[in-house]
Design a protein around this ligand. Structure first.
Ligand code: AHG
Ligand code: MN
Ligand code: MN
Length: 367
């Protein structure tokens, strides 16, 4: 095989760091530890049924029941295992002051035998885990924040409030996608880079430098089974997409729904598109499905760094001040012009056609 001309993730990070001569290297080693966690999870996922890791965590002999996380969702074995892999691979290094994850009720404290550091790691260890038992793509999502200086200096335990930082304060964010190939997509606030895991070497190789999301698209992703709960601006947007060439948009749209947000995000980074999991009226306790700190913020940071837009539907998601660790939020992201249109629909008055069928798109009375 010819010698690869591609950079490894390690080389990429060291070359990035040269732009900051004072940097200690802590940050790079933290990213490499996270990347190692993702490689370990990729191997476990790849064994599927053979690895004995499918199904619910804590289920009985018939596969029924099991443990439930703080979100009220049944945990898969792989949710718990991936969470433990993230912890074990990163807790020892001295770079972290604490962690938080979808699968843990509160902050994880760095064990006393290890030094504590200046960063916080927040993650969704396995996104799209309802897909795991049917061998569809899943992934891991992570976000790195600075620990408040007083936490880093005092060495006290991390508390929820330390993590409640808006997405604009993220130092880095990334995801791993365990698909036909395993990829790591990363931003350190200077564009977005994609790496493919070389299974021969066990190294992430830079295959997608400078990922850019096209500003326009004709592809959208939404779980249409929730349509009866959607708010009017979302209904309007989707109706217009469905109306295609003969409707207000004057062009046909295609639709995709994988039910694995990390996989949808990757498709959108590769070829454009718009993803919506909007706030809806299904459950007043849950304003949206996705979680702000470890799903929307990291994916939002990546998408914006790639020139796309990430929104709650109303305002930039990265500007939202989090109120709790597991807070949910409406989330719309992707090609900039579509996301801006959806935001506009949330602020402008509904078109008359919605109020009065006489003024509908192809009505005789349309003005
Ligand atoms: P998780 O597996 O981490 O709980 O997240 C699943 C999320 C997201 O990946 C996906 O877009 C969404 O849930 C799917 O929700 P529906 O089942 O409502 O379509
Ligand atoms: Mn998730
Ligand atoms: Mn998850």
């Amino acid at each position: 095989m010819p010698l690869s001309h591609r950079s490894t993730l390690t080389q990429f990070l060291i070359e990035e760091r040269r732009r900051f001569p004072g940097a200690s290297g802590d940050f790079n080693s933290l990213i490499l530890d996270v990347a190692l966690a993702c490689k370990a999870i990729a191997r476990v996922v790849a064994f599927g049924e053979l690895g004995g890791v499918l199904g619910n965590h804590g289920a009985d002999g018939d596969g029924n029941g099991g443990t439930v996380n703080v979100q009220g969702e049944t945990q898969k074995k792989l949710d718990v295992l991936s969470n433990n892999v993230f912890i074990r691979r990163t807790e020892w290094s001295g770079h972290l002051a604490g962690m938080a994850s979808e699968e843990m009720d509160g902050p994880y404290q760095i064990p006393a035998q290890y030094p504590r550091g200046k960063y916080l790691l927040v993650f969704d260890p396995l996104d799209g885990s309802s897909n795991i038992d049917v061998n569809m793509s899943v992934g891991s999502i992570f976000s790195i924040l600075r620990a408040p200086p007083e936490l880093a200096d005092s060495g006290r335990d991390a508390v929820e409030a330390d993590f409640l930082q808006p997405g604009t304060r993220q130092v880095a964010a990334g995801y791993a996608l365990y698909g036909p190939s395993t990829m790591l997509v990363l931003t350190v606030g200077n564009g977005v880079s994609g790496f493919t895991l070389d299974p021969n070497m066990g190294e992430f190789m830079l295959t997608h430098p400078s990922i850019v999301v096209p500003a326009d698209t004709q592809e959208f992703a939404i779980n249409a089974s929730n349509s009866r709960f959607w708010e009017a601006p979302v209904k309007r947007y989707v109706d217009e997409c469905l109306a295609g060439r003969t409707g207000a948009r004057g062009k046909d749209f295609n639709m995709r729904w994988i039910a694995s947000m990390v996989a949808e995000a990757h498709r959108i980074l590769m070829r454009g598109g718009v993803f919506l999991y909007p706030r809806d009226t299904r459950d007043p306790q849950k304003p949206g499905r996705l979680r702000l700190l470890y799903e929307a913020n990291p994916v939002g940071f990546i998408v914006e760094q790639a020139g796309g837009r990430a929104s709650t539907g109303r305002e930039p998601v990265l500007a939202r001040q989090p109120a709790s660790l597991h807070q949910r939020v409406g989330f719309v992201f992707g090609s900039k012009n579509e996301v801006e249109r959806i935001e506009r629909y949330h602020t402008e008055p509904a078109p008359r056609a919605i109020d009065n069928p006489l003024f509908a798109e192809r009505s005789l009375f349309r003005d």
